[in-house]
Design a binder for this molecule. Structure first.
Ligand code: SF4
Length: 499
């Protein structure tokens, strides 16, 4: 295996322990190290991040309105941190004014914190943060960040806060106990020792953790180039040292491994699966486990577009997409798009119930093909919240057919992820808009609903509908690929749902 190649960058930056660094060292040491030692070419921020940031700013503005006479933000990203820290200290020493986004900087300049709100309660100082998370008390990273603020307030201003609070995304205020001083010190130490390492850490997190990381391409391209076993979800992080101990670092070495060399039990079982997947990677082909059982007869391609905020969003599902395919001609995609707000949400649900009910009546044997558990789950949630005709949920769920589950059971592919966005392109399918994706779609919906320009709204919604159609056709492409490429075997067609 090649030694890790550090992305090119200028000289190292001075060490600074921030609240973000404390969180990152627990999430991924490699990300912390890369962020400090390199200045990668940062891609423009994706739409969903911009939408989330705007929501966070809006929330912060709402919380700020609770503090009469508040000054700030003292720290603005384009300014000098030292100047902002001096001004924060002056305000703390000379006034009783609440402070929005102050800055705290240790005497040696190596530690800094940017507390959201500092306010006086009599003679004692309180720390408040605005966070979109709904259960901030369950977040160890928030407790650690508050401990960091406490340590800096004590050091630079001689103030020990009497209270720490977080206002969550619903506007509710919760008292939070900061992490202990010992815990904070040990994490600070972990940050310092990670940043002091002279070569890049080699750990690779799971694909779902990495896919939103700015270093995703750097880490995963390197792992793929080196053929590392950590690429496979079947190789658990806790088992990696044991593989390494017996000389298995690469996929080629894994293919050759006799699993009996591993301790009996869960690890040996996982290794047997990992060997099959490693074979798929090494030979760049599908490795079949068993022939798929695919439905015959009418099909309904079924895909929902939903907000990542789930039930907290005004429109948890903003597009209900279906396409009926039966002997009577080509499938035609249908999209039911919600208007923004609760009334629009209800109206879209009722239109979906009416259309789905009609298809269920007309084609009782049709299977509703979807990808993973999202679609049946949200049909159930909407029925519980907004109501549905007697037996509707049971009928939809009985007709549902999870294509991803079939794929998981039957075949291993040389892919980083089994998301439809990875699987369908491997089988030759392309989305018409290569920029599109689930988070792009959420941002598209919000922009369409907020714009005053009808032509712009039409354009944005048309792009959204096209994206959902392609999601439906992507599933159809996977279904056809399974049909055409599966080895002959004893599998029979999947049964139709009960009438
Ligand atoms: S891509 Fe993954 S392994 Fe690499 S720095 Fe980001 S989170 Fe860590």
């Amino acid at each position: 295996m090649n030694p890790p190649a550090t992305p090119p960058g200028p000289e190292r930056r001075s060490v600074r322990i921030t609240a973000q660094a404390l969180t990152q060292v627990a999430d991924c040491r490699r990300r912390l190290w890369l962020g400090h030692h390199t200045r990668p070419q940062m891609a423009p921020l994706p739409d969903h991040v911009l939408v989330l940031r705007e929501r966070a700013r809006e929330h912060e503005r709402e919380v700020a309105a609770r503090f009469p006479g508040i000054v700030g933000p003292v720290w603005r990203h384009e300014g000098s941190l030292a100047d902002a820290a001096a001004e924060t200290l002056r305000l703390l020493r000379e006034t009783r004014t609440p402070i929005l986004r102050g800055a705290l900087l240790s005497a040696d300049g190596r530690r800094s914190a940017l507390p959201g709100f500092l306010a006086w309660d009599g003679d004692s100082i309180t720390v408040t943060e605005a966070r979109l998370a709904l259960r901030p008390e369950a977040r160890a990273d928030f407790a650690l960040q508050l401990a960091h603020t406490r340590a800096l307030l004590e050091e630079v201003a001689g103030l020990t806060p009497s209270r720490f609070e977080i206002v969550n995304g619903n506007g509710e205020t919760t008292s939070i106990e900061p992490a202990s001083a010992a815990r904070w010190e040990s994490v600070v130490h972990a940050v310092e020792s990670t940043l002091a390492e002279t070569s890049e850490p080699t750990e690779l997190k799971g694909h779902s953790s990495c896919k939103r990381c700015p270093y995703y391409e750097h880490c995963w391209d390197m792992a793929e180039r080196d053929g590392r076993i950590e690429l496979l979800p079947e190789v658990q992080a806790a088992h990696v040292p044991e593989y390494h101990a017996i000389g298995v670092h690469t996929l080629e070495q894994l293919v050759q491994l006799d699993p009996e060399r591993l301790p009996a039990g869960a690890m040996r079982g996982a290794a047997k699966k990992a060997i099959v997947v490693a074979g798929a990677w090494v030979d760049k082909r599908a490795a079949w486990l068993q022939p798929p059982r695919l439905p015959e007869g009418p099909l309904v391609w079924f895909d929902l577009e939903g907000d990542s905020q789930g039930e907290k969003a005004e429109n948890p599902i903003y597009l209900w997409g279906i396409a009926l395919e039966h002997g009577g001609g080509d499938a035609v995609a249908e999209a039911i798009i919600a208007e923004l707000g609760p009334e629009g949400d209800r109206a879209a649900w009722e239109r979906f119930v009416a259309r789905a009910g009609a298809i269920l009546d007309e084609h009782p044997g049709a299977r509703w093909v979807h990808w993973d558990g999202y679609e049946p789950l949200w049909v159930q949630r909407y029925a519980e919240t907004l109501g549905a005709p007697e037996g509707f949920v049971k009928r939809v769920q009985a007709a549902c057919f999870d294509l991803k589950r079939v794929l998981d059971r039957c075949v291993r592919l040389p892919l980083r992820s089994y998301s439809i966005k990875h699987v369908a392109p491997w089988m030759g399918f392309e989305w018409r808009n290569p920029e599109s994706g689930s988070e792009w779609s959420v941002a598209q919906f919000h922009r369409a609903r907020l714009t005053e320009d009808p032509a712009e709204r039409e354009r944005l919604l048309a792009a959204l509908v096209e994206y959902n159609e392609d999601d439906l056709w992507a599933m159809r492409a996977v279904w056809r690929w399974l049909r055409e490429n599966a080895p002959a075997g004893p599998a029979s067609a999947a049964a139709a749902p009960p009438a």
